[in-house]
Design a protein. Structure first.
Length: 151
C-alpha cells in the first residue's frame, strides 16, 4: 500500500506543480484570444466581405455587360434585317422597272417590225406589179419576134 500512497503523493505533487502552468496557459489563451485572434478574425471577416463585395460587383458588371452585348447584337440583327428588306425592295423595284423597259422596247420593236413589214410588202407589191408589166411587155416582144420570123 505504501507504493500506492507514494504514487498518489507523486501525482499530487505533479498536479500541484502543473496547476500554475495550467493557469498561465488559460490566461495566455484568454489574452491571445482578446489581443490577437479577435482582431485577426475581424480583419479577415472584413477582408472576406470586401472580397465578396468585389466579386458580387464584378458579377453584376459582367451581367450588365452581357445584357448590353445582347441588346447590341439584337440591334445589329434588326439593322441587318432592315438592310435586307431595303435591298429586297430595291431589287423588286428594279425588276419591275426592267420588265417595264423590256415591255416598252418590245412594243417599240414590234411597231418598227410592223412598219418594216408594211414597207417590204409595199415594195414586194410594187416589184410584182413591175414584173407583171415587164412580163407582158416581154411576152409581146417574144410573140412579135416569133411572128415576124415566120413571115
Amino acid at each position: 500500500m505504501e507504493p500506492l500512497i507514494q504514487l498518489l503523493k507523486q501525482v499530487g505533487d505533479i498536479i500541484v506543480r502543473a496547476v500554475p502552468a495550467f493557469i498561465v496557459f488559460i490566461l495566455l489563451h484568454l489574452y491571445l484570444k482578446k489581443v490577437l485572434f479577435q482582431p485577426l478574425e475581424r480583419v479577415l471577416e472584413e477582408r472576406r466581405k470586401k472580397t465578396q463585395g468585389a466579386v458580387e460587383a464584378s458579377e453584376a458588371i459582367i451581367r450588365a455587360a452581357a445584357g448590353k452585348m445582347d441588346a447590341y447584337e439584337q440591334a445589329l440583327n434588326q439593322a441587318r434585317a432592315e438592310i435586307y428588306r431595303e435591298q429586297e425592295a430595291a431589287r423588286r423595284r428594279l425588276a419591275v422597272e426592267q420588265a417595264a423597259a423590256v415591255g416598252r422596247t418590245r412594243a417599240a420593236m414590234g411597231a418598227r417590225l410592223d412598219e418594216a413589214r408594211a414597207v417590204i410588202e409595199a415594195e414586194a407589191s410594187a416589184a410584182r406589179a413591175s414584173l407583171a408589166g415587164e412580163a407582158d411587155r416581154l411576152a409581146d416582144q417574144i410573140a412579135t419576134a416569133v411572128l415576124v420570123g415566120r413571115n
